[in-house]
Design a protein. Structure first.
Lengths: 427, 312
């Protein structure tokens, strides 16, 4: 090969390599030609939430012609993994939706911006102060909750009514709930509920109903293997009786409403968070209603109002001001609130809650009415779970899988979980 | 370019040929041509490997800087983590099921193709196609749908959803691998065509049946190729990830029955954010694959027959 061609080849190879490197380096908050600021905004949720969020974002872009927002969303399980990887690589999105369980880890890991720096554009005065505080870690406001959510027993109204079993009332205890599920299973021929044994959330409600908590205030495990054994023995028995979903269906849960037994038409109810329950409407077109979670045997409520879906800004963002503007818009803009409705729970901005509340319709209204029915009855939410909890959620599911497939006794699995949890919380 | 010395034009006086450039300059050119590979290998393979070796001695949660913990990850893995050992058992089970099945199928198809007079090229490509498609995520997802409850297999045979039954889920994963038998098949086919026809003729004259011919001619003559395929597929099988991930919807379930080694490694690293532990697992896997390969090579002396050594 003649010399001059080698040179040309080298140059083009170098250029190619450089291109690849540059392409790989496009970090968060880059500016594209024309001076437009580009923000990346990611969240998890169902298609309904996605559609409304896109509409709200489009309105934001109209109001801020210099800002371009690129969005992406996925189911919660996938979102959690992707965000952790992005954050570790210093490439977290400019604006990201976070769960209560993630705040501690992300804040202490230096991923999130101190929002007080952007006070001028991000107003927090109208937000319910108690809820606002849940976005603080070590007295720094790292994230702002977007809504207030709580757990619910969503049910297929028509199937339930046809079964002749009395509809759920204002409250029920776990044993009343269990009897109802048995009755439903008997009358309808399909399980009454999703097996709640796999859900750390349901276990927490049950635990709080007995006056305990998942975690102590210093971030240790708040329950014993005995407590968990009792819970899993309870659900294991219900599963064996056919009152709740069989293992083959329970194992397919992945955080989306589509893969719940209720969503697949194989059970009558599903315990879920109230906001995502809107997704059931598309799957159970004859109608879905909400009942409260069961309480302790002495009537102690276990469920609580949880700040749902925080918004945080990346500490690495190139455009902190614009990112904060987007957060402000999603939380404090009245037009945006109208579009978003209750897709992320009931709005945290009290002025907006009062103004938009009466205008809510369809399932948004169902959620709002459900929350109103619980107002004043519930106990304070627990503090943000320790960082290890993020991993423990899936460990919980895994260990219960061993129970529901009858590979371990409830006691064995519970002891396994407690050992794993203690190791996780120590590290 | 060590062959220059014997090239015809270099005969008169190699040292004084004006056309040839000095050796050093030619080496430089070689490095220039190698540079994309060297760059890739260093930046994308060697450096990350070195970093992962370091991380395996640390506690690293992706968010905070790694903390040196010495051998703790390794100790925890071997003594305190029952799920780790379950994943080891699952992986070995998978290897033992998938590799022999895949090789047997590849050999059977290769034998059938060898005897074909017409359409060989077509069938060879057709049987190879799954190997091209199978690595893709989409096929693995289709596989999950096929073996799920209400899927094709359930409807045809009333088996229920294999992917939701702990006793069958791993088999569904293994079948996805077995189905991709194209690469070993092509290698077998090439090996079969190398066996001299005289051997079969001689065997036939001696009155050997087809089965006898297979055992006494085909198998020994093919043993180097068989060995090559065995080593390659075993190494790959130990690292299986995509089929297990997709078929179990990313969870290694039901009841950890498809939680193969790399799936658990992924779970520790990316779900539980224990990158140090995951790195340690990766290094143990590397060492184990090395040992298994060495053992295979050691045993090969007693069963692999190289024609060139035949006279010894």
């Amino acid at each position: 090969m003649p010399g001059h061609r080698t040179k040309g080849f080298c140059a083009s190879a170098a250029a190619l390599a450089l291109c690849a490197v540059l392409a790989g380096c496009s970090g968060p908050g880059e500016t594209v030609g024309g001076g437009k600021v580009v923000l990346r905004y990611t969240w998890w949720g169902n298609p309904d939430r996605a559609e409304r969020t896109e509409q709200a974002v489009a309105m934001f872009e109209k109001q801020h012609p210099n800002i371009d927002v690129t969005t992406s969303f996925s189911g919660y399980d996938a979102y959690k993994q992707k965000l952790a990887t992005q954050a570790a690589g210093g490439d977290a999105p400019d604006v990201m939706q976070l769960d209560y369980r993630q705040i501690d880890q992300y804040a202490s890991g230096g991923v999130l911006l101190d929002l007080a720096q952007q006070k001028s554009v991000l107003r927090t005065s109208e937000i319910d102060q108690g809820l606002l505080a849940t976005g603080r870690v070590d007295d720094v406001q790292y994230a702002v909750p977007q809504g207030r959510g709580t757990e619910t027993v969503a049910y297929d109204v028509e199937t339930w009514k046809r079964s002749g079993v009395p509809l759920p009332g204002e409250s029920w205890t776990w044993s009343q709930w269990a009897d109802t599920m048995r009755a439903l299973a008997k009358k309808t021929g399909k399980p009454g509920a999703t097996d709640p044994g796999q859900s750390e959330d349901a276990f927490e409600v049950w635990l709080r109903g007995r006056g305990k908590a998942l975690y102590t205030e210093d971030g240790r495990l708040g329950f014993t293997a005995g407590d968990l054994t009792r819970w899993w023995t309870f659900t294991d028995k219900l599963r064996r009786e056919g009152a709740v979903s069989p293992a083959e269906q329970t194992t397919q849960l992945d955080g989306s409403v589509e893969n719940t037994p209720l969503g697949r038409g194989t059970s009558v109810t599903d315990a879920n968070w109230d906001a995502p329950a809107s997704g059931f409407l598309a799957l159970v077109p004859t109608g879905v209603a909400l009942a409260p979670m069961p309480s302790g045997e002495d009537g102690t409520p276990g469920q609580y109002f949880k700040p749902s879906m925080f918004l945080g800004v990346s500490a690495n963002t190139g455009h902190p001001k614009e990112a904060a503007q987007l957060v402000d818009f999603m939380i404090n803009d009245r037009q945006a609130a109208k579009i978003l409705g209750a897709s992320r729970g009931i709005p945290v901005n009290e002025t907006i809650r009062d103004a938009v509340g009466p205008e809510l319709k369809d399932f948004d209204k169902t959620i709002a009415d459900f929350q109103t029915s619980l107002d004043g009855k519930l106990k304070d939410p627990p503090q943000a779970p320790p960082s290890g909890d993020n991993a423990l959620q899936s460990t919980f599911q895994r260990d219960y899988d061993q129970v529901s497939y009858a590979r371990m006794s409830p006691r064995e699995a519970a002891e396994n979980y407690v050992t794993e949890a203690k190791a996780e919380l120590r590290s | 370019m060590t062959t220059t010395a014997i090239s015809p034009e270099a005969k008169p006086a190699p040292a004084t040929t004006p056309k040839r450039r000095p050796k050093r300059e030619r080496e430089g050119a070689a490095w220039v041509f190698l540079s994309p590979w060297v760059l890739g290998a260093t930046v994308l393979t060697l450096l990350p490997m070195a970093v992962s070796l370091y991380l395996s001695f640390t506690d690293y949660d992706l968010f905070n800087p790694p903390k040196w913990v010495g051998l703790r990850n390794y100790v925890q893995m071997f003594t305190e983590d029952p799920r780790y050992w379950r994943s080891v058992v699952t992986t070995v089970t998978y290897v033992v099921i998938a590799v022999p099945l895949q090789l047997a199928l590849a050999l059977a198809v290769a034998l059938a193709l060898k005897g074909m007079k017409r359409g060989k090229g077509f069938y060879r490509s057709a049987f190879y196609a799954p190997s091209l498609l199978g690595a893709s995520m989409s096929i693995a997802l289709v596989w999950r749908a096929v073996f799920n409850d209400g899927g094709t297999v359930d409807n045809l045979f009333g088996t229920g959803g294999w992917v939701n039954k702990p006793g069958f889920a791993l088999l569904a994963v293994a079948l996805l691998t077995v189905w991709q038998f194209g690469a070993p098949m092509v290698i077998f086919l090439a090996g079969l065509q190398q066996i001299p026809a005289e051997l079969y003729e001689a065997a036939a004259v001696d009155g050997a049946s087809k089965w006898r011919q297979f055992l006494s001619v085909t198998v020994p003559m093919l043993s180097p190729v068989l060995f090559f395929n065995l080593v390659l597929q075993t190494i790959q099988a130990f690292q299986v990830f995509t089929p297990a991930f997709a078929v179990s919807a990313g969870k290694g379930g039901p009841a950890d029955s498809t939680l193969v080694y790399t799936m658990y490694l992924y779970d520790r690293g990316f779900v539980a954010s224990h990158m140090g532990y995951a790195s340690a697992m990766a290094w143990v896997l590397l060492v184990v694959i090395g040992i298994v390969t060495a053992v295979l090579f050691r045993t090969s002396r007693s069963w692999v027959f190289y024609a060139s050594e035949g006279d010894r």
